[in-house]
Design a protein. Structure first.
Lengths: 95, 494
């Protein structure tokens, strides 16, 4: 499987990272090099193997469905690059 | 009076308890050392006030005749991956520059509750992605060690916990926190001649630790010796309802349980770790380690971990995949950097923010992760890697039928020069060849110094143990430490 610059741009777009054409040219061989190396995993016979989901067996706990730490609007907004009237603000998304 | 900055965690704790020196004297001495070591670039933020406040509390408690807390009088360094309330936490990334958490990570809170003070936030590889501390947005950390060839080439302290390693080796802090996803505690510890332990996955809460690869990330201590690691780990570990993978188990008294007597223990030597091109000095150190554990009474057996060679490629699917999901949160909306070009819409703002905020290695891993998780490739890459991970864990489980611990080198080389491997990401990834398999299996593992190479640089030995057997790992580490007699330290040139 070889990654071309169009694929690099597609992946960058999925990852929400702006890249230039020059970045894509540089990244394509880099990613190919790494992906080519990890493809050796294909030679392992895993036909009867379950994928690992928990590295140390540990049952997921349940808790009461109640608010644990509410009422902290100002703390939550404290690090926002932009906030107004108690909300995060973003560029307009609806006309 | 002897220089208190030459003392480790246990000696500082005991000295303050005994009144040999005050906690304030200790804090002041380390604060001066930190302030004079800017060349090493080990700290992103210095927090002398935090260390002094903790010291005052310790001295006041002692004056009042109260029992002192377990770490009273001990100032430490905090890797900048741990959220610290009101103190900038960046994961060494531009995208979090200026971020001051409104909460404290569980691990750091436990350390403060135990009486420790903070000397500062330690530099690291950006988002813990790196093995040389060259991916930090705040500049490279420089190792206090230099080769004895007179060239004085600046060396890497290893990574990602490079600031922790450099600061401890330079005696700027007696101990520090690290985090280990694929070797980020053990490899830097080996490179600078100190000890460090990654406990069993789930021992230390991940709550408030900036996430890289959540199924692998685990916090642990780094310090000058095994005892100091045991003391710090006791005060970092413990069940936390805020981390869904936290182990609900009692924290053992690891310090009290220390014993370098390995009689009745079997130590496995995994044949697959004898990799092609292993430098003769690393192989010699490994043999030396085998002789040491035999001397401590252990029986040495050869074992096989047949899927070892697939650990690194599996890791470089799983870790980037998890990272690409975890790092989706950096969107320029809730915290950190926002880059909003004129007339940009929301999607363009995300992309511009992430392009400006993330470093090259972080972008590389996010893109690999995004690719391997994308439609059509998920099964071939991510599912296959998760199955291989099962096989790697199974290899270890089978090995435990024949032995109690495994002994290996920590890294395939001594510290390399800054810049030496940055051009080739794959060469850099290979540095974690001995540490990644145990990370994938969630096992406790530690590095202890074994000796120096021909250039006078430290080399480390790694002990890997069964799940929850940190005590056994620490004890095997202690047995090696007692026989290695490692006292070398870098000359203070900085």
């Amino acid at each position: 499987m070889s990654v071309d610059t169009a694929t690099v741009k597609k992946v960058a777009s999925l990852a929400r990272i702006a890249i230039t054409d020059a970045d894509a040219e540089r990244l394509a061989p880099e990613l190919n090099n790494i992906l080519g190396w990890i493809e050796q995993l294909g030679e392992v016979d895993t036909s009867d193997v379950e994928p690992m989901t928990a590295v140390i067996p540990n049952a997921l706990r349940l808790r009461e469905d109640v608010v644990t730490e509410g009422g902290q609007r100002d703390a939550i907004l404290a690090n926002a690059p932009q906030g107004e009237h108690g909300f995060f603000t973003v560029p307009k998304v609806v006309e | 009076m002897a220089d208190v900055t030459d003392l480790g965690v246990a000696a500082l704790r005991d000295g303050v308890r005994a009144g040999t020196f005050s906690a304030r004297e200790v804090a002041d001495a380390f604060i001066v050392k930190v302030s004079r070591a800017k060349t090493l670039n080990a700290f992103i933020v210095e927090t002398p006030d935090h260390a002094i406040a903790a010291a005052k509390e310790a001295d006041a408690a002692r004056a009042a005749g109260e029992a002192l807390k377990p770490l009273a009088g001990v100032p430490i360094g905090m890797k900048d991956l741990f959220c610290t309330k009101g103190v900038q936490t960046t994961a060494a990334s531009h995208i979090l520059e200026g971020f001051k958490p409104v909460y404290e990570s569980t691990v750091s809170q436990k350390l403060w509750d135990a009486g420790a003070g903070m000397l500062g936030k330690l530099n690291m590889d950006q988002f813990a992605m790196g093995s040389s501390n060259e991916t930090s947005a705040f500049g490279n950390v420089i190792s206090p060690w230099r080769r004895k060839d007179g060239g004085n080439a600046p060396l890497t302290p290893g990574g990602s916990s490079g600031g922790s390693a450099s600061a401890i080796a330079a005696r700027l802090v007696p101990g520090a926190t690290g985090t280990d996803t694929g070797g980020s505690i053990r490899q830097p510890a080996a490179f600078v001649g100190i000890s460090g332990i990654k406990p069993t996955y789930g021992r230390c809460s991940r709550w408030g630790v900036v996430a890289f690869a959540s199924s692998l990330d685990q916090a642990g201590p780094m310090a000058r010796d095994v005892r100091d690691c045991a003391i710090l780990l006791e005060n970092m570990a413990g069940f936390d309802v805020k981390d869904s993978t936290s182990l609900n188990m009692v924290v053992p008294k690891w310090e009290a349980g220390l014993s370098g007597d390995l009689r009745g223990k079997r130590i496995g030597i995994p044949e697959e770790y004898l990799v092609d091109g292993m430098p003769p000095e690393i192989a010699a150190l490994w043999q030396q380690g085998i002789d040491w554990v035999k001397d401590a009474g252990a029986e040495v057996v050869e074992v096989s971990l047949p899927h070892t060679k697939y650990a690194l490629p599996a890791y470089y699917i799983i870790a980037p995949a998890e990272a690409s999901s975890n790092l989706a949160r950096y969107d320029g909306v809730r915290y950190g950097l926002r880059d909003l070009p004129e007339h940009a819409n929301l999607q363009e703002m995300y992309a511009a923010t992430r392009a400006a905020g993330f470093g090259d290695e972080v972008k590389r891993r996010i893109m690999i992760g995004t690719y391997v998780l994308s439609a059509g490739f998920y099964d071939a890459y991510f599912t296959q890697a998760s199955k291989v991970r099962t096989l790697i864990a199974r290899d270890f489980e089978r090995a435990w039928d024949y032995c109690d611990y495994l002994l290996t080198p920590t890294a395939p080389s001594a510290a390399f020069a800054l810049g030496e491997k940055m051009a080739d990401p794959l060469a850099m990834y290979l540095n974690d060849v001995f540490t990644v398999p145990s990370s994938l299996a969630g096992l406790p593992a530690m590095s202890v110094p074994g000796g120096l190479d021909k250039d006078g640089l430290p080399l480390g030995l790694q002990i890997i143990g069964k799940p929850f057997d940190e005590q056994g790992v620490l004890n095997a580490g202690l047995a090696i430490e007692e026989r290695a007699g490692f006292v070398a330290r870098p000359e203070a040139w900085w």
